[in-house]
Each structure stands twice: as structure tokens, then as C-alpha cells.
Design a binder for this molecule. Structure first.
Ligand code: SAH
Length: 213
């Protein structure tokens, strides 16, 4: 497949810039990364459309705009240590890595974990570190993280993640009783204090964890 540069540029212009995302590093990363390589070949022709897509195992790669919005809200600077929970296709992790972050990502489904790892190898993107585990526990050995991004939603914020957030630090996580009733929550840690801000409604797949939810 020829690299679809034009559909990708249009995606950034019409779905992302048009909705108010201005972070140059985010726009540049999404203009550069071959999103069509993060979905199955049969769905590659839909890779630059304005919505989520199935990636198998009942999971999805997020809508491009949501990836852009979260990457902007996270305020990632080069060299920052970022933890992602929910590797899925690997696309969000790749965007953060392309922005210069040192990315650690955790996925609980074996098949998706191996597929993402293979993808990163194929793209020679060696800076993303992957782990197969329950991400609600975080990635203790590598903590603390300047930024944490959770790309699946649960009813509560897993406490280990807040504990593994650096001070100062920012974390984004969809929180809600169900997929139809979820808010993107920004958690900020500063001088030992933790604050929460609601950034609007989202619809992510379930954050599955060993916490009795
Ligand atoms: N960031 C992904 C979106 C993936 S969808 C992308 O860019 O493609 C959410 C992912 O979270 C799914 O792959 C799901 O298996 C994973 N997930 C759900 N609960 C999890 C948990 N407790 N730990 C790790 N991964 C989890």
C-alpha cells in the first residue's frame, strides 16, 4: 500500500485542527505516523476516518481526534517518562513516542500485546517499552511517571496509578459507571496535593482489573 499521506493530512486538518487542537508536536506526530499500519489490513482503508475501529478481542483503536485531544491535554514534553495503560494497537503510545516521550505501555490481552510489539519492531520504534500485565496496578519498577494516560475506562481511578504519578504530574483517565456515562478526568499532582478536573464525556472500552469492579 502506498503511504496515504493526503488522507492523513486531511485527517489532521479536518478532524483535529478544525476541532481546536493546536499543539504542534501532536499535529506533527499525527501527520507523520502511518495510522493504517495500526489496524488490520482489511480495515486499512478506514484508518484515516473520523471514528474508532475494531482491533480484535472486542477492543478498539480510539478515534483520531480523541488521541489528539488526550495527547494535547497531557502536556507532554520531550524526555518525559509517560505510562500508558491499554496499549491496544499501540497507536497512542506511538504518538507519544513520536513527540519525544519515554513511553511505557501496559496491555492485559496477550494477542494485542504481541501484535503491538511486532508493529513497533517493524517500524523500528524501539523506544516504547511494553508489558503484558494488569495495568490497574501500574508499572511499579519504573515509577514515578511525569505523565500517565489510561485509554480504557473504569468506575474509579486505580489508586496505584495516582501513587506512581510524579509530583508535579498529570494523568488522564476515563471514569464512569458505564461506557455510555464516562468523563475524561484530568488528575494533577502538585506539592503533594491531588486535584481532579472533568474534561468532558468520552466512550472508552472497559478497564478490566483485579479490583472487584
Ligand atoms: N491506546 C489504544 C486503545 C486501546 S483500547 C490504541 O491506541 O489503540 C483499550 C485497551 O485497554 C484494550 O486493548 C484493552 O485490552 C486494554 N485494557 C483494559 N483493561 C486493562 C488493564 N487493566 N490493563 C491493561 N490493559 C487494559
Amino acid at each position: 500500500m502506498v503511504d496515504p499521506v493526503r488522507p492523513r493530512e486531511r485527517m489532521v486538518r479536518e478532524q483535529i485542527e478544525a476541532r481546536g487542537v493546536t499543539d504542534k508536536a501532536v499535529l506533527s506526530a499525527m501527520r507523520t505516523l502511518p495510522r493504517h499500519l495500526f489496524v488490520e489490513e482489511a480495515l486499512a482503508y478506514k484508518a484515516y476516518t473520523d471514528g474508532p475501529l475494531p482491533i480484535g478481542e472486542g477492543q478498539t483503536i480510539s478515534q483520531p481526534y480523541i488521541v489528539a485531544l488526550m495527547s494535547e491535554l497531557l502536556e507532554v514534553k520531550p524526555e518525559m517518562k509517560v505510562l500508558e495503560i491499554g496499549t491496544g494497537s499501540g497507536y497512542q503510545a506511538a504518538v507519544l513516542a513520536q513527540m519525544g516521550a519515554d513511553v511505557y505501555t501496559v496491555e492485559r490481552i496477550k494477542k494485542l500485546f504481541f501484535a503491538a510489539r511486532k508493529r513497533f519492531m517493524g517500524m523500528r520504534m524501539f523506544s516504547v517499552k511494553l508489558k503484558l500485565d494488569d495495568g490497574t496496578l501500574g508499572w511499579t519498577d519504573e515509577a514515578p511517571y511525569d505523565r500517565i494516560i489510561v485509554t480504557a475506562g473504569g468506575p474509579e481511578v486505580p489508586e496505584p496509578l495516582v501513587a506512581q504519578l510524579a509530583d508535579p504530574g498529570r494523568m488522564l483517565i476515563p471514569v464512569g459507571a458505564s461506557k455510555r456515562n464516562q468523563s475524561l478526568i484530568l488528575i494533577e499532582k502538585r506539592d503533594g496535593k491531588v486535584t481532579r478536573t472533568d474534561k468532558g464525556s468520552v466512550a472508552f472500552v472497559d478497564l478490566v482489573g483485579n479490583h472487584g469492579w
